[in-house]
Write a protein that binds this ligand. Sequence first.
Ligand code: NAP
Length: 250
Amino acid sequence: MQDKPVALVTGANKGIGLQIAKDLAAHGLTVLVGSRNFARGQEAAKTIDGDARALQLDVTDQASIAAAAARIRNELGRLDVLVNNAGISHAGEPGRSLEEMRKSRRPSVASLDEVRAVWETNVFGVIAVTQAMLPLLREAPAARIVNVSSSVGSLTLNARPTHPYHPMFSVVYPASKTALNAITLAFTIELESTNIKVNAACPGHTATDLNNFAGPRTVEQAAREPVRLALLGPDGPTGTFSNEDGPLPW
Ligand code: NAP
């Protein structure tokens, strides 16, 4: 088993996940750059200063998840931090205009195939990866799980008619983040008698492929809250949902 703590970031070959991987490596952790395409993970790992290694991991593929967990155990013997970052915002036809996308996501007409595809990554993928990594995380002295969620999944905020995202709340992406928040709480409750802390972070609206680089925030800003939660000390909280400005309502 190696002495240095080990972090796994899913979907770390680009975007916010890559920045989280860079920041954790800068803090001295060995970082596993989870990537469903191994070559893309290798390219990303090369851009990281510090100890960063690509790890093939498709969060929707049980065989890939099991192989990744086995590789971590065999090659490193420990896992201290799991950042469930991989996510998709839609799974429909490419080339649709924003207006077409908005219309197609209305609960009354949303394609169940698209709902299932988004939830497969954003929700079931997180359960599957967390379950597979928990035996290693339980062996770590003070493991941390961070789920990269979004305030667009906050039921409290979206129930307010004055909230800017109120009209956009949909069963595709926003509700997948609501479910992710529920899953965060469920794992927190099961693990509250252990040294493992489980928290959800919203990175804020950030310019990445997820939104055609429309968000105003940089990946450097977006990574701050997930990284803070990944590096929480023994007195840090568990079972929280927050962004850089503080707690968010569930
Ligand atoms: P991004 O640049 O599109 O990155 C998403 C990452 O997830 C990519 O590495 C992608 O890999 C990976 N991924 C997708 N499906 C996967 C799968 N089945 N298995 C493994 N990896 C998979 O988007 P991002 O903005 O950085 O998103 C990161 C997280 O932040 C997501 O959970 C997102 O919901 C959340 N978030 C983003 C924003 C925002 O404004 N950007 C706001 C709130 C929350 P490929 O390169 O192979 O596609």
